[in-house]
Ligand binder design. Structure first.
Ligand code: 5GP
Length: 131
């Protein structure tokens, strides 16, 4: 059965898309810990990120870097933090989180309250800045 993230790539489940190429897809996290919190996934279905072949993993990080550059351009932050956990969704993904302080990357607390309209607006900004 397809993972929830593959169903997002296929357009079966809606998302706020940020960027896409032949191999990778980036979209806003539905439960962001900070404004602009984005997930980068390979279209290839692999659960654990460190089971990806080295070349694919390298290209995934290069794709994530381009997304991070776009986030930095439009979301006030000191830098974009990177996290990988994968305990919830069994489809490899990198969290890209615009941060100004360490606690902006805290996953164990209350998530942000953000409307669908606000998510759409943030996604549009990042999409526009993505090169
Ligand atoms: P992890 O697997 O890294 O522990 O967490 C999975 C992340 O995916 C969580 O931050 C969660 O909010 C996000 N997520 C789970 N399901 C969906 C979904 O259907 N759409 C989006 N956009 N994000 C999701």
């Amino acid at each position: 059965m397809a993972t929830i993230f593959s169903r997002i790539v296929a357009g079966e489940i809606p998302c706020h898309k940020v960027a896409e190429d032949e191999e990778f897809f980036a979209f806003l996290d539905i439960n962001p810990v900070a404004k602009g919190h984005t997930l980068v996934i390979p279209k290839q279905e692999t659960d654990y990120i460190f089971d990806l072949e080295d070349p694919l993993l390298g290209r995934m990080m290069a794709f994530a870097k381009r997304v991070a550059r776009a986030q930095e351009a439009v979301i006030p932050c000191k830098r974009v933090g990177v996290a990988v956990m994968g305990l919830e969704v069994p489809h490899a993904h990198i969290h890209l989180i615009p941060i100004t302080k360490e606690s902006d990357m805290y996953f164990g607390g209350e998530k942000m309250t953000i409307t669908q309209d606000e998510l759409a607006e943030v996604a549009a900004l990042i999409r526009k800045a993505y090169k």
